[in-house]
Design a protein around this ligand. Structure first.
Ligand code: NAD
Ligand code: LMR
Length: 329
């Protein structure tokens, strides 16, 4: 039995993400939780002829507990999205409390689950989940993931539009965090190799860092990326299931994780990033979640400068999440 749970399942990301999870035949039970409309979304999806039994829960009648109990994997897209002119950090005020409360439910009812955090600001919401789990003695760094898949999905699309390569085959490592200058594309490591000019590298880097803004602007007040995010979130969830349920080896995905997930492997990375506890990098997945955090390899002078610019902002974002749980500020 493999139970997957979506918290925030009736939202712009939650609905298409739940649809894609319903199509994943590894999942036998799909529990949808939201403060509105989740029973309706569940009834709709339940007519699709794939194995997963779909249930919908609202907060009443211990809905969060019922949704979470027995979960193998939990995806969290609950919370408000940006409007034009806002940064992801501007969402902290509302989303921090939402994520804290959902994480408390996870600590109480599904402490062994793999937790995939989509809610922004990811750089801070992941530390919030971790601090809540720690408080309850339920933290395993190998099982908590900030979902940064959309950054590599965009990087493939944007770079292939210049290089002419088929987008599905292009892999660009994107490291750091998930907001503006903390998003660091490593275009020197693009596969298949492509020799971009410096001007192309600068333009592509900016576009990948601020790709989310393109969608926020185009939606003009109606929210941020939902459909591309659902695809990216379903891809990451599927990779976690393939590694932890099917036992497939050698799966690599990027994710923003606590570096204790691979203490030895991270020694070199920690030096490069000035002792930060969280960072997004390529992760090799294994039967228990994170098997290995892959370090950055050789990076260009330009990428070193991007890293320098990212570190202070990441530090501030991480501290903000940690303090929110430590002293509620
Ligand atoms: P949305 O407003 O369309 O949906 C959010 C859903 O969360 C709503 O259905 C709402 O009812 C629900 N919700 C609110 N409080 C809740 C609670 N306490 N418990 C359960 N559900 C609750 O927003 P969206 O477009 O789906 O975006 C959701 C979040 O994902 C935003 O914070 C957005 O910034 C973030 N996001 C992250 C990425 C990423 O790459 N990690 C990409 C896109 C969006
Ligand atoms: C994204 O990258 O699309 C998301 O983080 C949503 C946003 O606010 O841009």
């Amino acid at each position: 039995m493999v139970k997957a749970v979506v918290l925030g399942a009736a939202g712009g990301i939650g609905q298409p993400l739940s649809l894609l999870l319903k199509l994943n035949e590894v999942i036998t039970e799909l529990a949808l939780y939201d403060i509105v409309n989740s029973p309706g979304v569940a009834a709709d999806l339940s007519h699709i002829n794939t194995p997963a039994k779909v249930t919908g829960y609202l907060p009443a009648n211990d809905g969060l507990k019922c949704a979470l109990t027995g979960a193998h994997l939990i995806v969290i897209p609950a919370g408000v999205p940006r409007k034009p002119g806002m940064t992801r950090d501007d969402l902290f005020k509302i989303n921090a409390g939402i994520v804290r409360d959902l994480a408390t439910g996870i600590a109480q009812h599904a402490p062994k689950a793999y937790v995939l955090v989509i809610s922004n600001p990811v750089n801070s919401t992941v530390p919030i989940v971790v601090e809540v789990l720690k408080k309850h003695g339920a933290f395993d760094p190998k099982r908590v993931f900030g979902v940064t898949t959309l950054d590599v999905v965009r990087a493939s699309t944007f770079t292939s539009s210049i290089s002419g390569a088929a987008p599905q085959g292009v892999r660009v490592p994107v490291v750091g965090g998930h907001s503006g200058v903390t998003i660091i594309p490593l275009l020197s490591q693009i596969s298949p190799r492509h020799n971009f000019t410096h001007e192309e590298i600068e333009a592509l880097t900016k576009r990948i860092q601020f790709g989310g803004d393109e969608v926020v602007k185009a939606k003009d007040g109606a929210g941020s990326a939902t459909l591309s995010m659902a695809q990216a979130g379903a891809r990451f969830a599927s990779s976690i299931l393939n590694a932890t349920v099917k036992g497939e080896a050698g799966i690599v995905e990027p994710s923003y994780v606590h570096l204790d997930a691979d203490k030895e492997g991270c020694a070199q990375l920690r030096k490069l990033i000035d002792g930060l506890d969280y960072f997004s990098s390529n992760i090799e997945l294994g039967p228990n979640g994170v098997a290995k955090i892959i370090s950055l390899g050789e990076i260009s002078e330009y990428e070193k400068k991007l890293l320098e610019a990212a570190i202070p902002e990441l530090k501030t974002n991480i501290n903000k999440g940690v303090s929110f749980i430590a002293d509620g500020s």
